[in-house]
Design a protein around this ligand. Structure first.
Ligand code: PLP
Length: 388
């Protein structure tokens, strides 16, 4: 139930990678046959990624994952005096890069979402200034799963002559990617969120986008990212991408949405619970199929994470990168939740391999754990006697 933190490699991915560690271990920059074989498989992998992004092969840059992509887009494109527009619900890889850019004279405007977790394109428009050079928006939020209106934001960026980066780490493999339709210049993805290996990813860089590499050295990746190519990792990313495209076509996400909805409805039968994001007063907001974020009144989210862990159910309170920190989720706070409710919220994110029995089990253990914790919780005791 924590697929948004990471996913296991599918067996086909492991099989595809295996030879590139042992028999075919060549360096893709070497001239001899071993090197040529490595170079050829990197090229074939690039073609798969180009199909996934809907771009030219030459517009795909392999890197170490989502953090590097996000950092590169921001630190590699912005110059002193530039203005940057992003949102207050981005991953820390974007938020911390904005802090680094600030040290170099870049001012950032953080656009807040509505209570539904959705960023309004009009708010992005409003944030633009004559000196704005870049907008960075995520495709899907890692904590709520809310899909952002990237296409509309792409139109705004185009009209204003501003570069657009999309952090598609949590959307890739869950909804179709199409960088032309999104109208973006840069787009980051990460293999380990889509059943590929950790520490490898890719970035779409539209031809002519003046983004500087964070790493300098050799002339790898057309001088856009120095460092010997992680050939097994790239092969694993390409295989995971191929499988993701196939499973999107085969309706895996529709199946997953049914499971997620059943899980959500089952948990909401408990009193004092509700969903964070995904709806507002007037309309339903789209979410990726595997994610739901739920608040539980009268208990500590952390305690529930531990209780469920003891029952073999892995969930996350906020994002995995922040676990251990006691600060409530910046995403939920930006959506207007108070600290207590933000702390009492959990993210359930299903693996695409999840089955009915997984949901049955979770629906058995969650009510037991919630009941138990509420019975002993000082949070609940402190509110005893209040309505409900
Ligand atoms: N962006 C988003 C939305 C994420 O959820 C994550 C990972 O949690 C990242 C970026 C960072 O990706 P990586 O783990 O590949 O560095």
């Amino acid at each position: 139930m924590d697929a948004n933190a990471t996913t296991p490699l599918l067996p086909e991915v492991v099989e595809a990678m295996r030879p590139y560690w042992i028999e075919r271990f060549g360096n893709a920059s070497s001239i001899h046959l071993d090197g040529q074989q490595a170079h050829a498989v990197v090229d074939r992998s690039r073609a798969t990624l180009a199909e996934f992004f809907n771009c030219h092969d030459a517009e795909v840059v392999f890197n170490s994952g989502g953090t590097e992509g996000d950092n590169t887009a921001i630190i590699g494109l912005l110059r002193p005096g530039d203005h940057f527009v992003t949102t207050s619900i981005e991953h820390s890889a974007v938020l911390a890069a904005a802090e680094r850019a600030a040290e170099h004279g870049v001012e950032t405007t953080f656009v807040a979402p509505g209570a539904s977790g959705l960023i309004e394109p009009a708010e992005i428009q409003r944030a633009l200034r004559p000196e704005t050079r870049l907008i960075s928006v995520m495709l899907a939020n890692n904590e709520t799963g809310v899909l952002q209106p990237v296409e509309e934001i792409g139109k705004i960026a185009k009209a204003a002559g501003v570069f657009l980066h999309i952090d598609a780490v949590q959307g890739a493999g869950k909804v179709p990617l199409d960088v032309r339709r999104f109208g973006c210049h840069l787009c980051s993805i990460s293999a380990h969120k889509m059943h590929g290996p950790k520490g490898v990813g890719a970035m779409f860089v539209r031809r002519g986008t003046p983004v500087e590499s964070l790493l300098v050295g050799g002339s790898h990746e057309r001088r856009r990212r120095a460092g010997t190519e992680n050939v097994p990792g790239i092969v694993g990313l390409a295989k995971a991408t191929e499988l993701a495209m196939r499973s999107l076509e085969e309706g895996t996400m529709e199946r997953l949405a049914v499971l997620r909805d059943r899980l959500e409805a089952g948990i909401l039968e408990l009193s004092g619970t509700g969903v964070n994001g995904g709806w507002d007063r007037e309309r339903l907001v789209s979410r990726v199929a595997n994610t739901t974020n739920i608040w539980f009144d009268h208990l500590e989210g952390e305690a529930l994470v531990i209780a469920l862990d003891l029952k073999g159910v892995a969930v996350s309170g906020g994002s995995a990168c922040h676990s251990g920190a006691t600060e409530p989720s910046h995403v939920l706070m930006a959506m207007g939740l108070d600290k207590t409710r933000a702390r009492a919220s959990l993210r359930f994110s299903l693996l695409k391999t999840a089955i009915e029995a997984d949901v049955d089990y979770v629906l058995k253990v969650v009510p037991e754990a919630v009941e138990h914790l509420r019975a002993i919780s000082p949070v609940a005791a402190g509110t005893a006697g209040m309505a409900g």
